[in-house]
Design a protein around this ligand. Structure first.
Ligand code: PMP
Length: 315
C-alpha cells in the first residue's frame, strides 16, 4: 500500500496544506465518536479520471448527518464541486476520497448540538484493500463473535465514526485469528455484513444479499452489483440470510468501495464451492471493473468526470 499522503486537503470551503489539517484535542468527535464520512473512488478510465457514483455518496453523507441532527453548512452541489476540486488540486489520476464531517471543539458535554460542524475532504492514492491476490484467488473469512448493533441502538444506515468501533472489534478479531475479514451477524443472528463490506452469496444461480433490516450499511457497491447482476440476467434476492447459507453457497463475494468485488474462498475454514473465485463472481467482477474503468458506456450515469474541459488559448 502506498503511503497515505497528498498535497492539499479541503477544509470548510478552502484548500489547505496536508500538514495544516490538524484538529483540536477538545473536538467532540474525539471524545464521543460524533463524525460521519464517506469512502469514494476515483478511477482512471479510458475517458479520463472519473468518480464512481459521486452524487449517491454525497447523498449518503447528508443522510448520515441528518440522522444525527448535524447540519452540513454546504449544499450537496458545493460538496460535489469541492470533491472534484480537491482531486484536481492534488493532481491524482485515481484515488480514494474521504469526505469527513464531525463535531469540533466548542462544547464538552455529551450533548453534541452546541459543538461546531467541521467539514473536510481528503484524497489519497489507495490500491486494492484486501490485497491484489485476493481479487483473483479470494479471501478467507470468519463469522465474528461480535454482532452488529440492534436496530434500536446505533442506526446502521448512518456511516458514523462511532459505528466503526464495532467494525474495529470485528476486524481485529478476524486478523489476529488469521482471517482477512470478519462477517458480523445481526442482533437476531442473521448475516449482516463485514467490518467494511456488504456480502453476497450465489446459490443455484441466484444471488442473495442481506436486506436493510439486518443492520447493514446500504452499500453503494452493493446497489451497483444488484443492478449489474440483474443486467447480466441473474435474479437477486434481498432477504434475511441464515448463517449456514454462507457455508452452503456455491460462491460468496464481498463488496465495498475499498474492497470493490472480492471473492471469498472459505468461511470459518469451510471451503466455499470450489474454494476459488466462482464463475458468477467472475462475471460480476468483470462487469464492475469494465464499468468503472470506462471500458463500457456509462449507461447508468454513474461516472462523474473530474476535470471539466478547461478553455485554452485556441478555444
Ligand atoms: N458496510 C460497511 C460497514 C462499510 O464500512 C462499507 C464501506 N463504506 C460498506 C458496507 C460498503 O459500502 P460502499 O459499497 O458504499 O462502500
Amino acid at each position: 500500500m502506498s503511503e497515505i499522503r497528498a498535497k492539499k486537503i479541503w477544509r470548510n470551503g478552502e484548500l489547505i496544506d496536508w500538514e495544516q489539517a490538524t484538529v483540536h484535542v477538545m473536538a467532540h468527535a474525539l471524545h464521543y465518536g460524533s463524525s460521519w464520512f464517506e469512502g469514494i473512488r476515483c478511477y482512471k478510465t479510458a475517458r479520463g479520471s472519473e468518480v464512481f457514483r459521486l452524487p449517491e455518496h454525497v447523498n449518503r453523507l447528508f443522510d448520515s448527518c441528518k440522522i444525527y441532527r448535524a447540519n452540513i453548512p454546504f449544499s450537496k452541489q458545493e460538496i460535489i464541486e469541492a470533491i472534484l476540486q480537491t482531486i484536481d488540486a492534488n493532481n491524482l489520476e485515481q484515488c480514494y476520497i474521504r469526505p469527513l464531517v464531525f463535531r469540533g471543539a466548542g462544547a464538552i458535554g455529551v450533548n453534541p448540538l452546541p459543538a461546531p460542524i467541521e467539514s473536510y475532504i481528503i484524497v489519497w492514492e489507495w490500491g486494492s484493500y484486501l490485497g491484489e491476490d485476493a481479487m483473483e484467488n479470494g479471501v478467507d473469512l470468519c463469522v465474528s463473535s461480535w454482532h452488529r448493533a440492534a436496530p434500536n441502538t446505533f442506526p446502521s444506515m448512518a456511516k458514523a465514526g462511532g459505528n466503526y468501533l464495532n467494525s474495529a472489534l470485528i476486524k481485529m478479531e478476524a486478523t489476529l485469528d488469521g482471517f482477512a475479514e470478519g462477517i458480523a451477524l445481526d442482533s437476531e443472528g442473521f448475516v449482516s455484513e463485514g467490518s467494511g463490506e456488504n456480502i453476497f452469496l450465489v446459490r443455484g444461480g441466484r444471488l442473495y444479499t442481506s436486506s436493510l433490516n439486518s443492520a447493514i450499511l446500504p452499500g453503494i457497491t452493493r446497489d451497483s452489483v444488484i443492478t449489474l447482476a440483474r443486467d447480466a440476467g441473474y435474479e437477486v434476492v434481498e432477504q434475511k440470510i441464515p448463517r449456514e447459507m454462507l457455508y452452503l453457497a456455491d460462491e460468496v463475494f464481498v463488496t465495498g468501495t475499498a474492497a470493490e468485488i472480492t471473492p471469498v474462498r472459505s468461511i470459518d475454514r469451510i471451503v466455499i464451492g470450489e474454494g476459488k473465485r466462482g464463475p458468477v463472481t467472475a462475471v460480476i467482477q468483470r462487469r464492475f471493473f469494465d464499468y468503472v474503468e470506462g471500458k463500457v458506456d456509462d449507461r447508468y450515469g454513474w461516472m462523474t468526470p473530474v476535470r471539466t474541459k478547461k478553455l485554452t488559448i485556441d478555444d
